[in-house]
Design a protein around this ligand. Structure first.
Ligand code: SF4
Ligand code: SF4
Ligand code: SF4
Length: 195
């Protein structure tokens, strides 16, 4: 293991640690691991790591199951034991440090508590809180917000709304809204509530 590779692993860990969601942390780590050279010397890594990535992507994308969580755990355990290099062992260790968390398991029931897995949440404008200032409209680079700024001589304003298909969930509008009218909601809870 060269000093350069060691540093790369440290950098990957630092980047992964910047994320809050344990699924996103694990996915970032394994994505980075698989983007580097793979020698193929040991079985759990050369086959299992790809499968682990597929299953982590499912969990991050809102289609994961308990079986996916169990499979990722099994693969990481095998890699931790059998990998012949530090790179493989560190990747497995990192995943194992996060996989038993409550927040990881919640993904199976449609919750990403940290709002980092995009399929699990969306931004909406609460009409009662919106004073129609139009600030959000100006900052949205995706043109996802529609609405009409309030003007004293106009009546029948077009309310401010977010077109979900266009929204990239950058969160910029939330930071500029002066009334706190833009909120993050869990998609599954809203579907269940029929709103
Ligand atoms: S864990 Fe290391 S030694 Fe084993 S296949 Fe992966 S990169 Fe090669
Ligand atoms: S989250 Fe980003 S893309 Fe979505 S409406 Fe707000 S500013 Fe636009
Ligand atoms: S910034 Fe907030 S208050 Fe202003 S229009 Fe947008 S949602 Fe409404």
């Amino acid at each position: 293991m060269t000093e350069q590779t060691e540093k790369k692993l440290d950098d990957i860990k630092k980047e992964a640690d910047r994320k809050n969601c344990p699924v996103q942390k694990s996915l970032y780590f394994i994505d980075e691991f698989l983007s580097g050279p793979m020698c193929g010397k040991c079985f759990p890594c050369s086959f299992g790591s790809y499968e682990a990535r597929v299953r982590l992507r499912r969990l991050a994308g809102g289609t994961g199951s308990e079986e996916d969580v169990a499979a990722v755990k099994r693969i990481a355990s095998n890699m931790s034991e059998a990998s012949m290099c530090k790179k493989g062992k560190d990747t497995a260790k990192y995943i194992l440090e996060h996989i038993d968390s409550k927040e990881f398991a919640e993904h199976v029931s449609g919750v990403c508590a940290r709002n980092e897995c995009m399929e699990y949440f969306k931004y909406v404008i609460v009409p009662d809180k919106c004073d129609m200032c139009g600030i959000c409209l100006d900052v949205c680079k995706d043109n996802a917000i529609t609405g009409e700024k309030k003007k004293s001589y106009l009546s029948g304003y077009r309310p401010f709304e977010i077109a979900q298909k266009r929204c990239s969930k950058c969160g910029k509008c939330v930071t500029v809204c002066p009334t706190g009218a833009i909120v993050v909601v869990n998609v599954k809870e809203r579907e269940t509530a029929g709103v």
